[in-house]
Design a protein around this ligand. Sequence first.
Ligand code: ADP
Length: 259
Amino acid sequence: HLFSYSTLIINNDKNIGVLVVIRDITKMYALESEQKNFISNVSHELRTPLTTIIGYTDLLNRRGTDNPELLSKSLNTINSEGQRLLRLVNDLLSLSKYERADFKLILTSVDINTLLEDVINQMKIKSLKYNVDIDYKRLELPTIHGDYDRLKQVFINILDNAIKYSNPGDIINVVAINYDDYVEISIRDYGPGIPEDNFSRIFDAFYRVEEDRSRQIGGTGLGLSIVKSIVESHNGQVRIESKTGEGTMVVVKLLLEKI
Ligand code: ADP
């Protein structure tokens, strides 16, 4: 533990008093260093694509735009790095919004089948591009009390990872199971999996398993921390079950609406 202390000596004609204030600043210190870490991570994430963009524009400035191959390669890279920056800024904005103390959910009665089908539809183009099939069977399910758009974001982020990490021709299983007072929705892929020693940090901002591979695949490292923020703001839970080489299952547990 870390402590700070200050002393005040009170001295008048009759009495001498000493006031000592000792404060435990362990938590404050941890928070501060977490914030510093976050800022240094963000700066690093911004700098990488910016350096590439500046590099390619400098190159075109020096070599001119006559070479069609160089021109096309440069423009494609500038565009994809620009897209990466936009994704990063959008994710940062979402995360900062959800973590504000005054952030309010817009709560309605949410039908899980409608929600999951909406998400799967939205991810159709991406799943076709990766040649991955998403399997989901509509079951009788009660409703939950939640923020539709935020919950949609949760399942889009999880499914987006499942698609990105699947092998072509793979299937992704989306299953919702109804328990007494909660529902568990699991998204299972047959990709490379996540080693167990990463489980505790996987929901941290900017944490990536195998930094280079994950970066190449195009994630911002913020997807799962956004998932956790939203799920916890619904008093729910999210966990990972995975084995290296066998795939990954992300399980979201949400409370059912009380009737
Ligand atoms: P990203 O935007 O990089 O995907 P996330 O926060 O969504 O960031 O995920 C954190 C990291 O967890 C990823 O970079 C990746 O290494 C790993 N990961 C997440 N989902 C999967 C999955 N379905 N299969 C394998 N690895 C995954």
